[in-house]
Design a protein around this ligand. Sequence first.
Ligand code: C2E
Ligand code: CA
Ligand code: CA
Ligand code: CA
Length: 278
Amino acid sequence: AAKLGNSGAIIYSPDIDKSSQQSLSLLSELRAALEQQAFRLYVQPKVGLDHGKVVAVEALVRWIHPERGFIFPDQFIPFAEQTGFIRQLTHWVMNEAARVCQVWKEQGIQLKISVNISTRDLLDQDLPGKFAQILQTNHVEAASFCLEITESAIMDDPVRAFQTLDRLHAMGLELSIDDFGTGYSSLAYLKRLPVHELKIDKSFVLKMEEDIDDTKIVKSTIDLGHNMGLRVVAEGVENLAVMNLLKEMGCDQAQGYYISKPMPSADLPAWLGKWQEQ
Ligand code: C2E
Ligand code: CA
Ligand code: CA
Ligand code: CA
């Protein structure tokens, strides 16, 4: 079951009892949050390591709870996935990302935007159609979007997941394998999926300076990605030393607190101005 703790954290355990009062109330709180516009789209910049410019952003959702305040996605995404609420949330995120993309375009800001996609989304046969509709309504091109997918999202029902991913790819959306290296079959998916990008998981990047094994894993992943013709992004870049190391290794893009923490999407244009002045 899951419930909202006093500290604002949602106490969650995977053996969720759907009939329990607590789960039901959390689910109704999530639904209310959607209606009351209590979700916020945060974005975190990705920088091109060869020129230092911002080339893309990742969309990351936050929940501003009326009583409990700011809630991070780790506190409600797993529950949303379990209950199927994630489909509505992903729809909201995609729509908001497309809207923001259009607003930025009018301000002369052209950035690729990445959206995280879950298992339940990939099992939804209508997902490609829904995305096509969102893109059309907001007058944005599919090529402006990249969908970040984790291995666990594919593993549930690989046949259906592959079908959906092939259709999304055919629409012109880019695909990225998120948290690369943390699962069991990353390599098999790399072979089977029409992917454009690999994201090296932050667990390897965070300790690169101290741990020679992590450095070797990161370097090997960059080479693997490049050999397969993919763009390689490192997440969890927290200092200049790691940023320089990644650049030396030929990594394409970096994302992390050293560049910026995720920020409200409305703050990005001003932040970009300051970044470019540096
Ligand atoms: P993720 O997709 O792997 O996203 C990267 C996470 O790493 C984000 O946490 C980001 O804030 C954090 N991060 C970025 N740079 C650094 C760094 O330098 N150091 C450290 N320690 N962390 C860094 P966040 O925003 O709390 O999101 C957590 C997870 O929640 C995401 O992991 C993703 O799996 C999920 N999530 C977030 N938004 C969405 C969404 O809209 N839809 C879905 N399905 N999942 C989402
Ligand atoms: Ca991600
Ligand atoms: Ca990740
Ligand atoms: Ca992750």
